[in-house]
Design a protein around this ligand. Structure first.
Ligand SMILES: Cc1cc2nc3c(=O)[nH]c(=O)nc-3n(C[C@H](O)[C@H](O)[C@H](O)COP(=O)(O)O)c2cc1C
Length: 369
C-alpha cells in the first residue's frame, strides 16, 4: 500500500492534508496511468498547422450569466482546496475562474479514513464535506483568493434550506471577491436523508429560497447525476431562478476489499469521478442543453472526467459554455494551461474565432414546447 504522495512529482509531495491522508492505492498503481499517457500526448495544435488561410487568434472568452471569464476552464469544487494549497504548483491566475471547496456555516471534520480510493478509471471519494467553515474561510482564505485576480465562485453545501440561505446570503452581501455561488445540492437533507438534488420539487423550493437572498452574484446550481432524468432537475432549478447550471457531481458508487470482504471506504459508499464517468457526463450535459438550458439561455458549466483539451472540446460541443477540471488535477495541477492552448489551436484549425460559436454545435436544440 502506498500514499498518493509517492505517486506524484516530488514538487507536489507537500500537497495539503486532504491529499495526504485517507488515500488508499495498491502499491503497483500509478494514478491513472492512462491519464498520464493521455496527458503526455496532449500536444496543443499550433496555429502553424494551418496552411495558407489566415485565421484571427481565437478568443477563448466566455461568460456565465453576468460573470465574464478570460477562458472557459475552471477548477471543480473540492479538488483544488481554497487555492493557497496549489498556488506553488500551478499558475492559477490562468484559470477562467476558481471554484472553492464546499464551505459550510460551521467547520466539518468529514468522514473517517479511508476517504479516497482509486478505481480502474476513476477515483472514489467520501470526504464528507470536510471544511474549515465560513468564519475561517473569510479570515484565512479570502485574501489569497482576492490576490489571484480571477473570478472566484464559492461552492455552498447544506443539510437544510436555512444552511444554504445563510451561507449564500452572507457571501453575496459581504464578500465582493465572490462573483458566483455554486449550490452543491448533492448533500443529504437532515429531514429525510435524501439529497435536494434528486427531487425536482424540493430542489425548486431550495433554489427559490436562495434566489430571494442572492442578488449580486451569479447563482449556479450544481446538479446531481444520481437521477433518472437530469433534465427534470435542471428544469426545476431554472424555473426557480438559477442563473446557470453546473453538471455533473460524482456518481454514487462503491468498492469492496475482497480480502477483508468489507467496503474500502469508511463511509461504505462514495462518489465516482474521473475518466470513468466522462461519456455519461457528456450525455447529461447534452441532454440538459437540448431539453432546457438552450431555450432558456441558461449557461452550463460542464465537468466529469476532463483530462485533455479534446475532452473539454467535447463538452463544449455538447452545450457547455465553460468546463471544470477536478480529478485530473491530481495528475497535473497545471492542466488548465494545456487545455486552453489546445482549445485555441483547435479553434484556429477549424476557423472558429469565438468560443461561443462552438457551444452546443453538436446538439440541435429541441423545438420549444
Ligand atoms: C476529492 C474530491 C472532492 C470533491 N469535493 C467536492 C465538494 O466539496 N463539493 C462539490 O460540489 N463537489 C465536490 N467534488 C466533485 C467535483 O467537483 C466534480 O463534480 C466531480 O469530481 C467530477 O469532475 P472530475 O471527474 O473532473 O473530478 C469532489 C470530487 C473529488 C474527486
Amino acid at each position: 500500500m502506498t500514499t498518493i504522495n509517492a505517486l506524484i512529482p516530488a514538487k507536489i509531495g507537500h500537497l495539503p492534508p486532504l491529499w495526504q491522508i485517507s488515500v488508499r492505492f495498491p502499491a503497483h498503481f500509478t494514478l491513472f496511468p492512462s491519464a498520464v499517457k493521455l496527458l503526455s500526448m496532449n500536444q496543443p495544435v499550433t496555429h502553424q498547422t494551418l496552411s495558407s488561410t489566415t485565421v484571427q487568434t481565437p478568443d477563448l472568452k466566455t461568460s456565465i450569466g453576468k460573470l465574464e471569464m478570460a477562458n472557459p476552464v475552471m477548477t471543480a469544487s473540492g479538488t483544488c482546496g481554497y487555492a493557497d494549497e496549489y498556488a506553488d504548483f500551478a499558475p492559477l491566475s490562468k484559470l477562467g475562474a476558481f471554484v472553492t471547496k464546499s464551505i459550510s456555516r460551521q467547520p466539518r471534520k468529514g468522514n473517517e479514513s479511508y476517504r479516497v480510493v482509486e478505481t480502474r478509471a476513476g477515483m472514489l471519494n467520501a470526504i464528507g464535506l470536510a471544511n474549515i467553515g465560513l468564519e475561517r474561510f473569510v479570515t484565512e482564505k479570502v485574501p489569497r483568493l482576492a490576490a489571484m485576480n480571477i473570478p472566484v465562485i464559492v461552492n455552498v453545501p447544506g443539510w437544510s434550506v436555512e444552511d444554504y440561505v445563510d451561507v449564500a446570503s452572507y457571501l453575496d452581501e459581504h464578500l465582493p471577491v465572490v462573483r458566483g455561488i455554486e449550490l452543491n445540492v448533492s448533500c443529504p437533507n437532515v429531514k429525510n436523508g435524501l439529497s435536494f438534488g434528486t427531487d425536482p420539487i424540493r430542489l425548486g423550493e431550495l433554489v427559490a429560497a436562495v434566489r430571494k437572498r442572492v442578488h449580486r452574484t451569479v447563482l449556479i446550481v450544481k446538479l446531481s447525476p444520481n437521477v433518472s432524468d437530469i433534465a427534470l432537475t435542471a428544469k426545476a432549478a431554472i424555473d426557480a431562478g438559477a442563473d446557470a447550471l453546473s453538471l455533473v457531481n460524482t456518481f454514487t458508487a462503491m468498492a469492496i476489499d475482497i480480502e477483508t470482504q468489507k467496503p474500502v471506504l469508511a463511509n461504505e459508499t462514495g462518489g465516482l469521478s474521473g475518466p470513468a464517468i466522462k461519456p455519461i457526463a457528456v450525455f447529461m450535459v447534452n441532454r440538459v442543453f437540448r431539453q432546457v438550458a438552450s431555450r432558456h439561455h441558461i449557461p452550463i458549466i460542464a465537468m466529469g472526467g476532463i483530462q485533455t483539451w479534446q475532452d473539454a472540446a467535447e463538452f463544449i460541443l455538447a452545450g457547455a459554455s465553460a468546463v471544470a477540471v477536478g480529478t485530473a488535477l491530481f495528475v497535473n495541477p497545471a492542466v488548465h494551461v494545456d487545455i486552453c492552448d489546445g482549445l485555441s489551436g483547435y479553434m484556429a484549425r477549424k476557423g472558429i474565432t469565438r468560443l461561443a460559436d462552438l457551444v452546443g454545435r453538436c446538439g440541435i436544440p429541441a423545438t420549444p414546447n
